[in-house]
Design a protein around this ligand. Structure first.
Ligand code: CP
Length: 311
């Protein structure tokens, strides 16, 4: 494939290939060497139209560690502010011959649209409520390294599923790798069509966490609630915030995940988030760099093959 736009386009063997290569990059990143040359001679432009800490930093590091020339656009200071459209911005950058565009955008589908207009590889760094494929891949790598497999696991995805591209990409990936997904949250934050996604749905943490192998917590995405119902944080924490009492219903060796940014005392108790025996939140961040190195490396191989076939 030319682009990485969503998990929906990836077959199980493609997911496994990305994770296998990412495993090698974890070893490289832990070594004193830290650098490869898979992207040498290529230009990578990062365009983040929405705030980011983890995704933007890790894509930038991933590109630099593999030898790309990396430019991160300051979108707030770009001509978007003067009324230029997303497509015109993309066409402008495309005329400078980048090889890789990494794009985050608040609108679902915006990254797919942009990918149709440019001649380079496009990676979706999160589009609206739609997909966040590299997040699901880094979550999968974290789970596979901790649990030794991605199949026959029970994963509880808890909280604001309705506004979450992370949930959507994880549901697709885990289903494709033959794990069982339970969505847990208040009815207002679980989409009504969720039962058609091949997942279980429950509105009770005790039932949802019972005997699960992985507990994945989600942030309340108030910025996407469009003036709709916003639960009180206190009430929400009481019913759906992950604390020791609720976590006790999961398997004894269950791991706790959170994509970040996290709101301590809203969806998760800070003590659980910091418990190195249960929480793998920092490992997720580490896996993020390796997965993005692997994803860009594989797309660059395809791009080079496509160009040499056309030459
Ligand atoms: N998980 C995630 O996408 O975090 P950022 O918004 O900080 O990139």
């Amino acid at each position: 494939a030319r682009h990485l736009l969503g998990i929906e386009h990836l077959a199980p063997d493609e997911i496994t290939a990305i994770l296998d290569l990412a495993d090698d990059y974890v070893s490289l990143n832990r070594s004193t060497q830290k650098h490869g040359d898979a992207l040498a001679g290529l230009t990578q432009i990062n365009m983040f139209f929405e705030n980011s800490t983890r995704t933007q930093a890790s894509f930038e590091l991933a590109g630099k560690r593999l030898g790309a020339d990396v430019m991160s656009m300051a979108m707030a200071a770009s001509s978007i502010k003067k009324g230029e459209t997303l497509i015109d911005t993309a066409l402008t950058l495309n005329a400078m011959h980048p090889d890789i565009l990494v794009v985050r955008h608040p609108n679902s589908g915006a990254v797919n649209l942009l990918a149709e207009k440019v001649a380079c590889a496009v990676l979706n760094a999160g589009d609206g409520r739609h997909e966040h494929p590299t997040q699901a891949l880094l979550d999968a790598l974290t789970i596979r390294r901790k649990k030794g497999r991605l199949h026959r696991l029970t994963v509880a995805i808890c909280g604001d599923v309705a506004h979450s591209r992370v949930a959507r990409s994880n549901i697709l990936l885990l289903g494709r790798m033959e794990s069982r997904v339970r969505l847990v949250g208040p009815p207002t934050l679980i989409p009504s069509q969720a039962r058609d996604w091949g997942v279980e749905v429950t509105h009770d943490m005790e039932t949802g966490l019972k005997d699960c192998d992985v507990v994945m917590m989600l942030r309340l995405q108030k910025e996407r609630m469009d003036g709709g119902f916003i639960p009180s944080e206190r009430e929400y924490y009481h019913r759906f915030g992950l604390d020791a009492e609720k976590l006790a219903h999961a398997r004894e060796d269950a791991i706790v995940m959170h994509p970040g940014p996290m709101n301590r005392g809203v969806e998760i108790d800070g003590t659980i988030a910091d418990d190195i025996n249960r929480s793998v939140i920092q490992e997720q961040v580490e896996m993020g760099v390796a997965v993005r190195m692997a994803a860009m490396d594989l797309l660059a191989r395809n791009l080079r093959a496509e160009r040499s076939a056309a030459a």
